[in-house]
Ligand binder design. Sequence first.
Ligand code: 5AD
Ligand code: SF4
Length: 461
Amino acid sequence: MSQSTDTLVPPSSVPDPEGGPRRYFVTSFGCQMNVYDGERMSEMLSAQGMQAADQREDADLVILNTCHIREKAVARVYSDIGRLKREDGSKPMIAVAGCVAQAEGEEIARRAPTVDIVVGPQAYHRLPQLIEQARSTRKTAVDTDMPAVTKFGALPGRARQPRPSAFLTVQEGCDKFCTYCVVPYTRGAEISRPFADLVEEAKALVDGGVKEITLLGQNVNAWTGDDASGRSQGLEGLIEVLAAMPGLERIRYTTSHPNDMTDGLIAAHRDIDKLMPYLHLPVQSGSDRILKAMNRSHNAASYLAIIDKVRAARPDIALSGDFIVGFPGETEADFQATLDIVRAANYAQAYSFKYSSRPGTPAADMEDQISPEIMDERLQRLQSLLGEQQQAFNQTTVGQRTRVLLEREGRKPGQLVGKSPWLQSVHVVAPGAGIGDLIDVELVSAGPNSLEGQALALVTA
Ligand code: 5AD
Ligand code: SF4
């Protein structure tokens, strides 16, 4: 992984893109941070005078913003690149961005020579220069630097947002080095963005119509920064300042690590109304032996103790998690311990994955890799338990009156879809209400993945 300490070139100093691509299309895979990065790339290219194409086929620059977390995600990138060739033999300019770009660098150009640009997640502010370079040299332009100065200062300010809910990256990278995970290698060391920059970006989002902000970080609850009076603050300090911002109605954050779940942040769930009652706190496994092999630095009991504290602060919290089944050496007893922790923690929603061996991570070299058949079978059992819990959680909210932020139109005429405080999708027919409104509803029925609400009153227009 190359490091550089260069100063960043502002996009306005890019050579005239006369004759270069005019319409771009960005596809983001993987996590929410990739979605955020994809939005910042789009906003930058639009600020440069390019236009967003409605569909990929209409674009002369296609950016694949990739994910490296599991093998399947990587395979998809290469099949996607192949599909970009048009019937007449021509192709758009192709940029591979994101974590596959970071991890594979030059190798991508060798495997897929049609790729024009390879740009890592810390270097995408240089896309305009890379476009120029690829055009003038007719060779693949590769930039996987991790500059000491972060990209954020070189990106243009936030544009008006099309949706009422937006992401805001506050922290990037990871120093935890879980033994299965590529993130510390692809996203680099943990950095926290400065307090003042985040308040400024949040304000720009709210001025642009945003009502809900989700603070993002690979270890978002490890965020730290100095406030306006120079006092060092944790994430709850940032949340408190954002909660005082007029027009911002809801705050969320993801993804958290159990070890950084401080008492201050837990108290924020009790004290700050705008902080939504939802916590994504991955545990990965319920077996202490496997957690140790994963280098998770918490155990099942310490995780459950955190959940107890969070529920004492905010009894209605919707708990979400991530799980990996089939980590090397996982026995049936270890897997049973995972089912046990799921029963004890009781999730409202969760993500679960089969372990995927990632080259360069310590777990890839561990003995006793688990067969795909056993992984499939364990994943099915885990997902059936998590599915039951999700359905049960949704059922407990039926009959309650709550508030929904309307985010998009539904499939049926007049129907709108929004999110409850617990991040459930709620369908509602609400004449007079529109996207971006908050409405009070009574939840009347629940399915596994969404609920029906009956409109009571429009709160904001
Ligand atoms: N195999 C399977 N799942 C993984 N995750 C991270 N690395 C791997 C891997 N090698 C999962 C973890 C993490 C989520 C984002 O992806 O559960 O929390
Ligand atoms: Fe990966 Fe672990 Fe860091 Fe999460 S905490 S990004 S799983 S290394």
